[in-house]
Structures are given as structure tokens and as C-alpha cells.
Design a protein around this ligand. Sequence first.
Ligand code: MG
Length: 206
Amino acid sequence: MKIICIGRNYVDHARELNNPVPEKPVVFMKPSTALLVNDKPFYYPEFSNDIHHEVEVVLRICKNGRHVQPEFAPTCFDAVALGIDFTARDLQAACKKKGHPWEIAKAFDDSAVVSPFVPVEEVDLSGIRFALEKNGQTVQEGNTADMIFSFTDIIVYVSRFFRLTVGDYIFTGTPAGVGPVQVGDRLTGRMETTGGWKEMFHCEVR
Ligand code: MG
């Protein structure tokens, strides 16, 4: 499986990092070794001093397909989860400055927290509200209705380059409020479902 990630998909987040609002989706990938599931702790890596949280809605791909047409895109995912795209902001800044790829800053081990999945029938796909708490304080709040590129836009675009296969995940971008984590922090992700707000994951930084 592969983990496809979209960067800068919320205007307020693009602005907070002084990035231009993109005209096309910004795409990168993480390997399966980046996955951190089952509420396992995140061990702060030795190579960075500035690991940031980015809470994101994650799609689970349920069909194989390339060059997906817009009318079929909604049938390509069957469940959504909440995740964290952990980012070594210091390494990313150095990569960006040199025009280098981002992998060491984005795709390292355990950098992709993914909660259990909820079937698409149990969320409002026209606008999924979600939030991240750090030590009991809300630090990020988002609504997928505010994405620059919709789930359909993302699937249409990425499937032009990468064949989607069953079991792939797509991280759909983070809203404003990204910030550093420290050893000892407790992160909790919440998402609104048709049954109300649901705690999706807990992640302790060790
Ligand atoms: Mg991200």
C-alpha cells in the first residue's frame, strides 16, 4: 500500500507557513513504514528538534484505478479516518531552501498516525469537522468543506500519476494551527460523525 499526502490544502494553513495558495494539489508520499496505528506512542526522533503535528482527514481507497473521472471519484473511497502527518519542520525548511525533496522531513518512521476508519455513510462528506487537542487544549480545528481541493479533485489529480490500489490511504491536508510537540505531550484527535463527535485517536509523545 501507499500513503499519498496533500500539502497546503487549506488557505489558512498555507498562509500561516507563508506559502502561496497552490493552483494544483501539492503531492508527496509516505511509505508503509511511516504508519503508526492502534494508539501507539510516537517516539521523538533524534534527527529533529522541531516536530510539528498536522491533523488531517484520511481516506481509505477501496478500488483500483487510474485516470479516475470526477463522477467516479466518490466511489473510490469507502471510509475515513483521522490522522497526524508528523513533520520535521526544521528539516523541511532546510529541504525547501535548497529545493530538495521533503522525504526525510515527512516520510520518516511513525510519521503517519492513522485512527480506526469510519464508513463514509457515518460522516457528512460535504463537510467533516475535526479537531486536535494537545494536553487537553484544542490546537487545531478544521472542516473539510474548507479544503482548496475536494476529495474528488484530489482523487482525479493523483490518479493521473499514481494508480490507486485497494488499501491505499490519502492524507487530505491540515488546517491552521500546526505547531511543535514535546516529549510528554498527549494528542487526541476528534472527528464529527453522524453519531456525534468521536474520539478517533490518542497519541503520546515519548
Ligand atoms: Mg500535512
